[in-house]
Design a protein around this ligand. Structure first.
Ligand SMILES: [Zn+2]
Length: 300
């Protein structure tokens, strides 16, 4: 079997190494179907103020290839943005914002904000629920809380429910979600969005799962037998925890879901590694811009 490789850094640089190449890609992707003026819907244009801009021939509205995308008003060069996205999707251990800030010579908040934008584009479409065999389990992670000055940091437990698919005995795709507690109502949130009604579901013996059997006819509860019955799932949980420890330095729990999304975006595309970057860039191009203000909680 041919092993699909990610784009090497050299290949990446050859394709997206310059500002021109990135803008050209943005413009070609953004207007791939046809150009239509955002103000007046006119479909004729001429070149705008800058190279790659398009100017409406009727109302004169001048649009850059980055506006109305997640690359809007980038502070550190579009080619660096593309490379950061490349680092985020392809680095094995994951790219933390501290690491990215150092590498690109930007402030950590700048790297963090851009990383959040990338994560925004990685959100699941929720259109392709897990099928075949699906194993579901819950686990906890400790996330450091910011203490007052001089005080040691405390940890807060965050509960997560995870679902992993098996097709022909091999692990397929997966999803996870932060939940408030292990009640049926909370556990159900991952079932509703990510698990197909016909899936053959296996969980441990926890009573919170029992009421869900009504909606999922092929549902079995098994004793975990100290993890022996859910070996693969536990390996995946461990991998996720290790990855999270490496990339996530913020205390606020509301961000954990974004990191989960990032992890599984990559995990679910292990067989599409050659196209993962372009697919992500394309999502970032069709996604409307977001601001620091709109996504910042209490973390700094
Ligand atoms: Zn117009």
């Amino acid at each position: 079997m041919k092993i699909l490789k990610e784009l090497s850094r050299k290949e990446f640089k050859a394709k997206f190494g310059s500002e021109d190449q990135c803008l050209d890609y943005l413009s070609a992707t953004k207007w791939s179907e046809k150009y239509s003026c955002r103000k007046c819907k006119n479909e004729q244009f001429s070149s705008g103020k800058k190279k790659y801009n398009r100017r409406c021939s009727r109302c004169g509205y001048d649009e850059s290839p980055t506006s109305h995308t997640l690359f809007h008003k980038m502070k550190f060069g579009i080619e660096n943005g593309f490379e950061m996205a490349y680092d985020i999707v392809s680095s094995k251990k994951g790219a933390s914002s501290i690491w990215l800030a150092e590498r690109f010579g930007v402030k950590q908040t700048t790297a963090w904000l851009f990383r959040r934008k990338v994560q925004e584009a990685m959100k699941s479409s929720e259109q392709f629920p897990l099928q075949d065999e699906v194993h579901v389990d819950e686990f906890e992670i400790g996330t450091p809380q910011k203490g007052e000055q001089g005080r040691s940091k405390s940890e807060k437990k965050i509960r997560i429910v995870i679902a992993l698919e098996y097709r022909n005995g091999k692990p397929g795709r997966g999803y996870a979600k932060v939940i408030d507690d292990y009640s049926s109502k909370s556990l159900k949130t991952i079932f509703d969005v990510h698990i197909h009604k016909d899936a053959k579901i296996t969980t441990d013996g926890w009573s919170g799962y029992a009421p869900l059997k009504k909606e999922y006819p092929h549902f079995e509860q098994k004793l975990s037998n100290k993890g022996q019955n859910f070996k693969m799932l536990h390996i995946q949980i461990r991998n996720f925890k290790n990855w999270l420890r490496g990339v996530h330095s913020y205390c606020h729990e509301s961000y954990i879901n974004q990191y989960i999304q990032e992890y599984f975006y990559r995990f679910n595309r292990l067989n599409f590694r050659t196209t993962i970057l372009e697919k992500l860039l394309n999502r970032m191009i069709v996604h409307p811009p977001i601001t620091y203000k709109s996504i910042k909680c209490n973390a700094t």
